[in-house]
Design a protein around this ligand. Structure first.
Ligand code: 13P
Length: 288
């Protein structure tokens, strides 16, 4: 199946009371592990690509061509969206030109008027090209220069204004942050989530910072309108731990254990297990 926008999969998720996982990719192994797990579990999936990861993989065109070719070569038949994560104005234009099927324009750091004007511009472009568009209100915190900021709470009235522009899905802060949660984290703010859900009349909501949110909180968030959950760090931690074990067990020193196809295999299996666990939690298994 060719790449699809995230619109139909998220509409179905809202109707069915589940969420679709957005998993960030970093390289060929990551992409293959996520696609194969989605196919095995018959789950729709969103491959997230940050601007930094796109640069690491030699640019948007390389990523887009790799994902499209992999879908074909691996006979992936479940719906797959290729999505720019936290795109800047320039990055979003480049990703669209390279054939991404879904875009996040993240104007959350800019003044709201600027965010609205640029988001409206992308609504027109994405509608014309049949792409899905994610907008963001406020900024979703996380670790910056070693300091972990607390999650912000978005203003429901601003959420409504941006949702009404005709975007596909909205990322709004409800106390969530990227990366590991600090020990004194207060948890997700379900009162704010409910208000945003009502204000945006059922528009699919996006939960960033999916790593480390307790399962019961994730389920409750899905029941209150979250239809897309972003996971990045958790796959990285699982990959790193499995790779560390392989090396610490001295397996790279035994026979051809240094072969990258062997060295990276435990990490790949760990990504697959993490993605499977998340798809089961989000309820997207069998929904392709
Ligand atoms: P985590 O790295 O916390 O899982 O967050 C991922 C994310 O929100 C990507 O946009």
């Amino acid at each position: 199946m060719a790449l699809v926008s995230a619109k139909e999969m998220l509409t179905k998720a809202v109707e069915g009371g589940y969420a679709v996982g957005h998993f960030n990719i970093n390289n060929l192994e990551w992409t293959k592990a996520i696609l194969q797990t989605a196919q095995e579990l018959q789950s729709p999936v969103i491959l997230g690509v940050s601007e930094g990861a796109a640069k690491y993989m030699c640019g948007y065109t390389v990523v887009s061509n790799m994902v499209k070719a992999m879908i074909e070569e691996l006979n992936i038949t479940v719906p797959v969206a290729l999505h720019l994560d936290h795109g800047t104005y320039e990055g979003a234009k480049k990703a669209i030109a390279a054939g991404f099927s879904s875009i996040q324009f993240d104007g959350g750091h800019a003044p709201i008027e600027d965010n609205l004007a640029k988001t409206a511009e992308f609504v027109a472009i994405c509608n014309e090209k049949g792409l899905s568009l994610e907008a963001e209100v406020g900024s979703i915190g996380g670790e910056e220069d070693g300091v972990i900021g607390m999650g912000e709470l978005a203003d429901p009235a601003q959420c409504k204004t941006i949702a009404d522009l005709g975007i596909t899905m909205l990322a709004a802060g409800i106390g969530n942050i990227h990366g590991k949660y600090p020990a004194n984290w207060q948890g997700l703010n379900f009162d704010v989530l409910s208000e945003i859900h009502k204000a945006c009349s059922g528009k699919p909501l996006v939960l960033h910072g999916g790593t480390g949110i307790p399962a019961e909180m994730v389920k409750k968030a899905i029941s209150l309108g979250v239809a897309k959950v972003n996971v990045n760090t958790e796959c990285q931690l699982a990959f790193a731990a499995a790779t560390r074990k392989y090396v610490e067990d001295g397996k790279d020193l035994s026979g051809k254990g240094f072969d990258p196809r062997k060295l990276l295999a435990p990490g790949v299996e760990a990504i697959k297990a993490t993605v499977k666990e998340k798809m089961e939690l989000f309820g997207s298994v069998g929904k392709a």
